[in-house]
Design a protein around this ligand. Structure first.
Ligand SMILES: Cc1cc2nc3c(=O)[nH]c(=O)nc-3n(C[C@H](O)[C@H](O)[C@H](O)COP(=O)(O)OP(=O)(O)OC[C@H]3O[C@@H](n4cnc5c(N)ncnc54)[C@H](O)[C@@H]3O)c2cc1C
Ligand code: SF4
Length: 506
């Protein structure tokens, strides 16, 4: 069976859904192929045991190998909306300096092929699409913006507000986190404790399914096919154009044809699909004449920090502020250290997955007296930080540690300030290779086709009708959450595709 569309998009996460919506809005016929199904609204959406201990919404399709360890089920989200169904809803811009080269003590964060100014209008559009709340003026590192955020900040709860006041008195600049939850007048967010890491039961989180796929489904020229897994990509017999995606849909194998192909399966899976699509003519896989596909894997150097105080904490939805005071370094450590932000409130059941031998009453005491943080520092691209695919088809992730010192300096500062504001016990836990939440870099864009797989609009240098639009295009991870940048570049790439590939008369 063969099909023909203007554009076929593989993956309905932030990158795929945003690209597909923008293209379909121009009138092009668009087919989205999504490997998973829709996550149902069900009471288990907010059940900590189901979501954390049993990983109810993570994939059980396949195992991956992590480093030299035994294969395990990854924390991969194969569903409509991708990882954004469980994301923490912080939609932030990179800073202007993140687009240039940054030198660290043990490596270099490379320059992007575009400047902040190229992405700025698209950041505005992405913030509107995803309905972001915030107060950019509260963050001194916030870059120039040409339009305000659609909604004002989400206010702080009791204990969080106390911490904000104290940090401000100490000369720091706690800022309102930009959040894509429906907390405006008439919005349906009930401000629960199970947002970060959970799907939203009342559909008030503006993930890619709600913000983009639901709008796509209203258009007559767009279609979303679920349980449709792209297995490999085939080139035409002559020339370099892509001819079709080979797709397993339910139990049948189909060829999906189009003029333009967009691969948006996430940074790890998109690289794996290209590597699996090798042939006699292209023995390193597709789109890989540079050798960059699967290399430079990054996922942030990140830690969870738990600060325990003497007083009981009064907070349900605590994730309302962050700190960028150390983002570009400080007087004692001149290199950028990264960003610190609150995470969703940790409860006793979540703590059990991190500290299984601690008795329940201790976990309950601790989590009723604690606040928690997520600290992220830039991870640097390294040739040997890689996604590879074995002969048996298994994905393997290997990682070289980079920029460790900056992260250690950041954690030291979080701990110091937490103690100063009344939390004497502060512990941190480094997230390991299995935490792939902020995956990026594996099919990077760049100006030199010998060093990068994609041009500045995410078009493959090797295949003129193939675009790759997900976290994989990012040549550096910066120290900020990636999703808004992926969405902004998706809008930019889609505008380019619509105006260049489908201009009237072509
Ligand atoms: C717990 C958690 C919290 C997070 N919090 C934040 C946050 O607060 N802010 C932020 O900016 N980022 C956050 N992130 C990261 C953010 O969610 C991702 O950066 C973003 O969603 C990545 O989008 P993507 O389009 O690159 O890929 P994905 O979201 O991974 O989408 C890829 C899609 O492709 C589909 N797919 C995969 N393989 C195939 C195939 N072979 N055929 C067809 N379809 C396929 C998948 O099912 C999926 O739907 C978080 C992530 C997690 C897991
Ligand atoms: S805090 Fe709001 S958006 Fe987040 S899960 Fe709860 S109701 Fe949904």
């Amino acid at each position: 069976m063969t099909h023909r569309y203007d554009v076929v998009v593989a993956g309905s996460g932030v990158g795929g859904a945003t690209t597909a919506l923008r293209l379909a809005e121009t009138g092009l016929s668009v087919l989205v192929l999504e490997r998973g199904g829709f996550i149902p609204s069900e009471k288990e959406n907010w059940d900590t045991h189901e979501v954390f201990a049993k990983a109810r919404y993570a994939s059980r399709d396949e195992m991956w190998a992590f480093g030299d360890g035994k294969p395990q089920f990854p924390l991969a989200y194969y569903n409509v909306g991708g990882a954004s169904k469980v994301f923490g809803a912080v939609l932030t811009r990179l800073r202007e300096r993140d687009f240039g080269e940054i030198t660290y003590h043990d490596g270099v964060s490379p320059a992007w092929p575009i400047d902040y100014a190229d992405l700025e209008p698209y950041y505005c559009q992405a913030e509107n699409l995803f309905g972001v709340h915030g107060n950019p003026a509260s963050d001194p590192t916030e870059p120039y913006r040409s339009a305000p955020l659609p909604y004002g900040p989400v206010d702080h709860e009791g204990s969080v507000q106390d911490v904000v006041y104290q940090l401000t008195d100490m000369g720091l600049h706690p800022y309102n986190l930009p959040l894509c939850i429906d907390r405006h007048n008439g919005g349906s967010c009930v401000r629960c404790s199970t947002c970060d890491g959970f799907p939203c039961m009342v559909r008030a989180k503006n993930d890619a399914e709600r913000a983009a796929v639901s709008k796509l489904l209203e258009l007559p020229n767009a279609r979303v096919l679920t349980n449709a897994k792209v297995e490999r990509i085939e080139c035409a017999e002559e020339g370099d154009s892509i001819s079709h995606f080979v797709v397993t849909h339910n139990d049948s194998v189909e060829k999906m044809r189009a003029k333009i192909f967009v691969l948006s399966a996430g940074a790890i899976n998109s690289a794996a699909i290209l590597l699996k699509s090798k042939s006699d003519r292209r023995q390193n896989g597709l789109a890989n004449s540079s050798g960059a596909v699967g290399r430079h894997y990054m996922a942030h150097n990140s830690s969870v920090v738990l600060a325990v105080g003497v007083k009981e904490t009064r907070t349900v939805f605590q994730k309302t502020f962050g700190l960028n005071d150390f983002y570009f370094g400080d007087e004692k450590y001149r290199h950028p250290m990264g960003n610190i932000q609150m995470i969703g409130k940790v409860n006793a059941e979540m703590l059990r997955t991190m500290a299984p031998y601690v008795p329940k009453f201790v976990r309950e005491y601790v989590t009723s007296h604690s606040i928690e943080w997520y600290a992220q520092s830039e991870d640097l691209p390294h040739l040997e930080s890689r996604v590879t695919v074995g002969d048996d088809g298994m994905i393997r992730l290997t990682k070289q540690r980079t920029n460790e010192r900056s992260h250690a300096e950041l954690i030291r500062r979080v701990k110091r300030y937490m103690r100063k504001v009344g939390f004497p016990i502060v512990v941190s836990r480094r997230l390991d290779l299995k935490t792939t939440s902020h995956q990026c870099g594996t099919i990077r864009f760049g100006t030199d086709r010998n060093d990068a797989a994609l041009d500045q609009f995410c078009r493959s240098y090797d295949h003129p009708n193939l675009f790759i639009v997900d976290g994989s295009f990012m040549p550096s991870s910066a120290g900020m959450n990636p999703a808004l940048t992926i969405a902004a570049q998706a809008l930019r790439a889609a505008d380019h595709i619509a105006s260049r590939e489908f201009a009237a008369g072509t």
